[in-house]
Design a binder for this molecule. Structure first.
Ligand code: URA
Length: 228
C-alpha cells in the first residue's frame, strides 16, 4: 500500500470514529489495520459482521461461529476455524476437539484448585466460517476475519490469550514458527500475554501422548498466571 493510500484509509476510518490502529508484525498480511471503534462490545462486533460475505468462506457455511463465553473473561482461547459440528450449531468447539478442550479446561482447573469452568473463559476462532473440508484458512481469509478477532480480543481485554495450534499462533504473532517451538513460552499480542499450545484436534490423534502431556502443562501455566 502506498503512503497516500494508507493516509486516505486512516482518515476514512477516523471519520467513522475509529480511535485505535494496530500494525501487525508480518509481511504476509496488510501492514495497517484499522480496528477498534470507541466503546466496542461483542454485540457491536457481531452486528458489524452481520451476514458476512467478505470472503469466499461464506459460500459454503451454514452458520457464522462468532464465539462463546464470558464478555468479562480473564482468559480467551483462540482456535483455527469452525468444523462441521460448529458450523451446524453456530458455537465454537462443540465437536470432538471441543469436548476435549472442555475437559482440559474444567479438569485442569479443578485439579489445580482454580474455581472456573468453560463458561468463565471466552472461546473463538481466527475465521468465523467453516473452511470447506476443514482445510486451513487462507491468508486473505485470516486477514479479513482477523479484524473481528482482534476487536473481540481488544474489547474483552483478557489477562492472557491461549492460541490453540499453528493457525491461531500465526494470526496473533505473525510468525511462521511451528507450535512445537512456540509452545510453553509467553509471547505477546498487543501487550497481552499469549501462550501457544497444541490444537485439541492434534491431541486427539492416538500417537500424540507426549503432546498431550505438554498441552496440559501449558494450560496449567496459563490458568495459574491468570487466576492465582
Ligand atoms: N477447531 C477449531 O479450531 N475451532 C473450532 O471451533 C472447532 C474445531
Amino acid at each position: 500500500m502506498t503512503p497516500d493510500r494508507a493516509r486516505q484509509l486512516l482518515e476514512f476510518y477516523q471519520d467513522l470514529g475509529f480511535k485505535t490502529i494496530y500494525r501487525r508484525p508480518t509481511t504476509t498480511m496488510l501492514p495497517v489495520l484499522p480496528l477498534a471503534p470507541a466503546h466496542d462490545t461483542l454485540d457491536k462486533i457481531s452486528q458489524d459482521i452481520g451476514d458476512c460475505k467478505r470472503c469466499r468462506l461464506h459460500e459454503q457455511r451454514n452458520r457464522i461461529v462468532f464465539g462463546s463465553g464470558s464478555e468479562q473473561a480473564r482468559l480467551v482461547f483462540v482456535g483455527e476455524g469452525p468444523g462441521a459440528d460448529e458450523d451446524a450449531q453456530g458455537m465454537p468447539f462443540v465437536g470432538r476437539a471441543g469436548q476435549l478442550l472442555t475437559q482440559m479446561i474444567d479438569g485442569t482447573a479443578a485439579k489445580e484448585g482454580i474455581p472456573i469452568k468453560r463458561p468463565d473463559v471466552y472461546i473463538c476462532n481466527v475465521v468465523k466460517c467453516r473452511p470447506p473440508d476443514n482445510r486451513t484458512p487462507e491468508p486473505d481469509e485470516m486477514e479479513i476475519c482477523g479484524q473481528f478477532l482482534f476487536r473481540q480480543l481488544k474489547s474483552i481485554n483478557p489477562r492472557a490469550i491461549c492460541a490453540l495450534g499453528g493457525t491461531a499462533a500465526k494470526a496473533l504473532l505473525g510468525t511462521k514458527e511451528g507450535v512445537t517451538r512456540l509452545r510453553g513460552k509467553w509471547h505477546k499480542w498487543s501487550g497481552i500475554p499469549v501462550m501457544v499450545t497444541y490444537h485439541p484436534s492434534y491431541l486427539l490423534r492416538p500417537y500424540n501422548q507426549n503432546a498431550k502431556r505438554e498441552a496440559w502443562e501449558d494450560l496449567k501455566t496459563v490458568l495459574h498466571y491468570v487466576y492465582d
